[in-house]
Design a protein around this ligand. Structure first.
Ligand SMILES: Nc1ncnc2c1ncn2[C@@H]1O[C@H](COP(=O)(O)OP(=O)(O)OP(=O)(O)O)[C@@H](O)[C@H]1O
Ligand SMILES: O=P(O)(O)O[C@H]1[C@H](OP(=O)(O)O)[C@@H](OP(=O)(O)O)[C@@H](O)[C@@H](O)[C@@H]1OP(=O)(O)O
Ligand SMILES: [Mg+2]
Length: 331
């Protein structure tokens, strides 16, 4: 009988309908134990066939569990227990500039013209407390050398509680303002904005299972929008299942859950290749890929990758988790 150890924060267990996953484990005769840094013994830990976790992000309980897991896995005599997903692989998603650099390499490694997805050009900016007026020229040069065109979406990098505070900068002065007002020592990715008809594809992946859910997104920007140098927004108000925002298209803003336009779809074959290639590149099997379809070029553009997302709208999640665990334990 397979025995797995798992850890998710209490909040994630509720959002993810974790009890349904535990029922599916029981139905497939997989025994399970919730890992606990205070009570799980070394013997019990080392007897596990697999570990499944979301010990990820700034939540203090997740930080404590991540440190404990790393210690337990590195302890002398600990067997090679499969971890879904490896802690360093999950953590890499906190550093947008690093994982986008790896995605860029994966794209370059394709034979020319064969990759069915791309990423936006971006520039990585470190804040040093320089006043806005002194930043403008250096930022203009940096955008040009990274081939980034305005407008850009400004996104923080790393383990910060401000990770969802973003902005659209349409002018170098707007970007300079965002950079000048960010905490000193932060890292910001200025990612080229892609017009995409206001529809986001949330591509949810659990091992080999892939599902595309369409959500509302930021509407296409016109010249009128881009007259304003800097528009701040909280990313958690844009593309959650229940989001409503003035940045949505008028028709979509009125709808409660999904995108309302007749959106372009992504073929099943492309979805599977994308999930496989991103998963192989980042060594992940429980993740979500946020994709927009460029209105001008029709390209599938990856704008964000999330570890162990909510999977809201993906059918049969418990069965997919069971299949993933069984596949890993057999290795
Ligand atoms: N390069 C881009 N071009 C166009 N729209 C973008 C771009 N980047 C982000 N967006 C819009 O902003 C939203 C939030 O961006 P992003 O997914 O990077 O934020 P996040 O905080 O990492 O989100 P989450 O963790 O909830 O997935 C996206 O859902 C999309 O609507
Ligand atoms: O619970 P939710 O459905 O909102 O899950 C979101 C999850 O929030 P959580 O941390 O509360 O689990 C986010 O994690 P952080 O990086 O912000 O930590 C991120 O993964 C989003 O992409 C998920 O949204 P989805 O992609 O599934 O729409
Ligand atoms: Mg996202």
């Amino acid at each position: 009988m397979i025995k797995i150890g798992w850890w998710l924060s209490e909040a994630k267990q509720r959002k993810f309908d974790w009890p349904a996953v535990l029922d599916a484990f029981a139905a497939h005769k997989i025994s399970q134990v919730k890992l606990d840094a205070k009570t799980t013994t070394v013997e019990e830990f080392q007897s596990l066939d697999c570990i499944l976790h979301r010990a990820y992000g700034p939540d203090p309980s997740a930080v404590e569990m991540r440190e404990w897991l790393q210690q337990m896995l590195a302890a002398p005599g600990c067997p090679a227990i499969p971890v879904i997903d490896p802690i360093e692989a999950a953590d890499s998603l906190l550093h947008r500039e690093r994982y986008f650099a790896r995605l860029s390499e994966a794209i370059e490694n394709h034979h020319p013209g064969t990759c069915q997805w791309t990423i936006p050009n971006s520039a990585t900016i470190k804040t040093a407390g320089t006043p806005k007026a002194d930043n403008v020229d250096a930022l203009r040069v940096q955008l040009a050398s990274s081939h980034v065109k305005l407008p850009v979406v400004c996104k923080f990098v790393g383990l910060t509680t401000d990770a969802h505070q973003m902005a659209i900068a349409s002018t170098v002065a707007g970007l300079a303002e965002f950079v000048a007002e960010a905490p000193v020592g932060s890292t910001i990715v200025a990612q080229q904005f892609v017009n995409h008809g206001g529809v986001l594809h949330k591509i949810f992946v659990i091992g080999s299972a892939v599902h595309d859910v369409q959500r509302k997104s930021i509407r296409d920007l016109s010249d009128k929008d881009t007259e304003t140098g800097l528009v701040r927004f909280d990313s958690s108000t844009i593309s959650k299942a229940t989001s409503t925002s003035p940045l949505h298209q008028a028709a979509a803003a009125a709808a409660t859950t999904t995108a309302t336009t007749t959106a372009r779809s992504i073929s099943v074959n492309t979805l599977q290749r994308l999930a496989q290639e991103v998963g192989d590149c980042l060594q992940l099997s429980l993740f979500g890929i946020d994709v927009v379809i460029d209105s001008d070029t029709g390209e599938n553009v990856v704008i964000d990758v999330n570890y162990f997302p909510g999977y809201v709208g993906m059918p049969n999640v418990p069965e997919h988790v069971v299949r993933l665990v069984e596949a890993r334990c057999r290795k």
